[in-house]
Ligand binder design. Structure first.
Ligand code: GRF
Length: 218
């Protein structure tokens, strides 16, 4: 049996991915030891949801710190004090300074709601619909200092339907994320997924292209 990997999860909002991940951990299907759930927003609904799973929670409002660097230093210190070896970004809406990214090189994984490199940044569902895309989805990647530009691990592809709105499309993207993100984290927790330089390796071999799935419609 794999010894659970100590991890921290960071979020800013509702935390539906946090719930998907914590549920898999609670049911023994994902060998992570969630030691800290941290948010940059004291009012993030995800805090109560994390507490409901018995995960220690903490809020780090940016206004409590004199600079971005000080904020990220405090966050990193809490992550390290918790003994976390992996940092999971699940809807964490802040961009890190290079110092934080370097501190967690190869141990910082993000989820972004588009098929990167398409649509980095915000409002991805709106932008994909406005552009008339037929496929949209979500990407999981190691974080580097380039915004939404780190090495891709996996992508969940979701077909755009006639009449989709950002909300309906976004709901299907989220449902696909709830399946794919725990799976990718399991690969990491079991030591199958690594970052070597800036190349993603799975089972010791460089990944030629991100693992791609087609999301199941809920
Ligand atoms: C997800 O769609 C994720 O791709 C993006 O933010 C959203 C977070 O949703 N980074 P939730 O808070 O997990 O519900």
């Amino acid at each position: 049996m794999t010894r659970p990997l100590p991890a921290a999860i960071l979020f800013s909002g509702t935390g539906s991915n946090l719930v998907a991940i914590a549920s898999k951990v609670a049911s023994g299907q994902l060998p992570l030891d969630l030691r800290l759930a941290a948010s940059d927003r004291a009012d993030a609904p995800g805090i109560a949801r994390a507490a409901g799973f018995g995960i220690p929670t903490a809020a780090f409002p940016t206004r409590d710190y004199p600079s971005r660097a000080a904020h990220e230093q405090a966050l990193g210190d809490a992550i390290d004090a918790a003994g976390a070896r992996l940092v999971i970004l699940a809807g964490y809406l802040r961009i890190f300074e290079p110092g934080f990214v370097a501190r967690y090189a190869g141990r910082l994984i993000n989820l972004h709601p588009s098929l990167l490199p398409a649509y980095p940044g915000l409002h991805t569902h709106e932008r994909a619909l406005a552009a008339g895309e037929t496929m949209h989805g979500s990407s999981i990647h190691f974080v580097t200092s380039e915004l939404d530009g780190g090495p891709l691990i996996a992508q969940a592809r979701v077909a755009v339907r006639a009449g989709d709105t950002p909300d309906t499309l976004g709901a299907r993207v989220r449902a696909a994320e709830h399946v794919l993100y725990p799976a990718v984290l399991e690969w990491y927790a079991r030591g199958w997924l690594t970052l070597v330089g800036d190349v993603v390796h799975l089972h010791g071999l460089p990944l030629a292209a991100p693992v791609s799935t087609v999301g199941q419609d809920p």
